[in-house]
Design a binder for this molecule. Sequence first.
Ligand SMILES: [Zn+2]
Length: 589
Amino acid sequence: MNKKKTKGLFFLCLFFCWVLTGLQPGSGPHRARAASSPEDRYESARRQYHKLLDDLREPGTESLFRSNIQIFQDILEADPKGSLTARCLFMIGQSHHHLFDALGRADDFNAALEAYKRLTDEHPKSPLADDAQFLRGILYEGRDPTQAYLEFVRVTVLYPQGDMAPRARERAQSLAAKLNPEAPMGEKKASGKAMEHPVAVTQAPPAEETTVRGGPSKGSPAYLEKVQYWSAAEYTRVVVYLSEPVRYVPNTLPPDPTGRLPARIYLDFENTELGPALKNKIDIRDGLLTDVRIGQYTPEKARVVLDLESMESHRIFSLADPFRVVIDVRGTRRLIPTDAAAAGKAAKLPSMAQQLGLTVRRIVIDPGHGGKDKGAIGPSGVYEKDVTLSVAKALKRLLEKEGGFEVVLTRSTDRFLSLEERTAIANTHKADLFISIHTNAHKDSSLGGVETYILNLSTDRESARVAALENAVSAKQISDLEAILQDLMQNTKISESTRLAQEVHRELVDRVRKYENVRDLGIKHAPFYVLLGAEMPAVLIETAFISNPREEKLLTDKEFQKTVAQGIAKGIRAYVEVMNQVATLEGGA
Ligand SMILES: [Zn+2]
């Protein structure tokens, strides 16, 4: 963050507030007032504030400044519903904010935040409310960028017409660019834009196209066994399955100038032969892809070609055990023009909330494991796959009944689903949120507790262990994945996922606390396959340890399952609350 710019904006904001805090209704020159009226005391304290402001580090000034805060406090307490309340709160907030900037004391941080919060929560219609909301963002900026981002987004959402909205939007975008690890340098602008228009995926950097990836290709050949795809408007995922890790080279080709051949993505797999049951062409014709063609390009090289009708961007990555290569293609589906389109009727522009990705209608819930994949198994033989399905079903009922959401389960029966298919279901259903439900396991059966994960580099070794467990791969493969993770995380909604994790985790822990000894293990990061490529805020919840006999018993208890579902549902509703406020504002405008 540009320090100079930060300060500049901060003082510009202060100037507006100086004007606003100085406004006094009914305080014209002809109106006589008692010498010690609250208005007079407020005005003299405000002058004192401005006088002392620049010398906070000078000896003696701090105590004068603190006594001055007490004057605002006294006016406030004498008449909590008076006309000066909002302005006093604002002055108290700013005073502590300046003290925090000058001296760095945590109690000033908390006091500033509390005053701003009271102002925004209790006086939402005050002309100072949007300034206080903006300053909440400024306050958090150096300490907790994710929270700062959310505070700035709140300004744009709650006070879209306010004078702080453009500045807040700018800062939110700049923070989003910092929070989302961006691979290429000099593309910060693109990432800011991606935040504003979540569907605009940036083009993968050209350097990627010549990269050789995958494991060593020595010895006996690998077999290309299967190609699968999942398709929806604007998004198609193609997955190529191989018998073992091989080196592969992805490439793209523009359309043939004669118009006979479309644009293509192709991948060459080294030391690879086609499996016996493989079709050499799969028709797709979904508006993005015409088909996928598979062939033995040379005796040692298999080639997979995606013939494209339309593409804005794509992303290619591999997963281990079994080795498979995932190709995500995004674009605008070519449609036959309808009558309305032909008549030139413009589509309704997305609202600001939609542009910011803040509306939530459809939620995909993913019960972990299933079918041949039992997940972790408890000491008395309880399967993770059964627990996750029960919790997911309870959660679906709650969200539909109490939240009015549309809920899609990745599986509603005991059947096997690959991890890449689960994300594909969320993306093809254009889900607004993705919640994957699991139970934890550890060889130390005394361990227990609740933890919530978002996709990123591992927070610590324990997180890496859990990711290895859920991905069904080794810890070594996790570190290999982390090396390329930055590239794969473009368009991953890290800040939103973090906030979703915070809300869900807090409510979940709050609910399960009534069961003794269920520990809060916190919010963590790790590279989970099932979250890779999810294009919406996504979290993975480890509800409890199935390897712990006491928690295994709880996990099979219908009441406990319901409690877990209630906690998650409440967290989701808390996350969505901001968006409802937008809807109200937009409806009332
Ligand atoms: Zn699991």
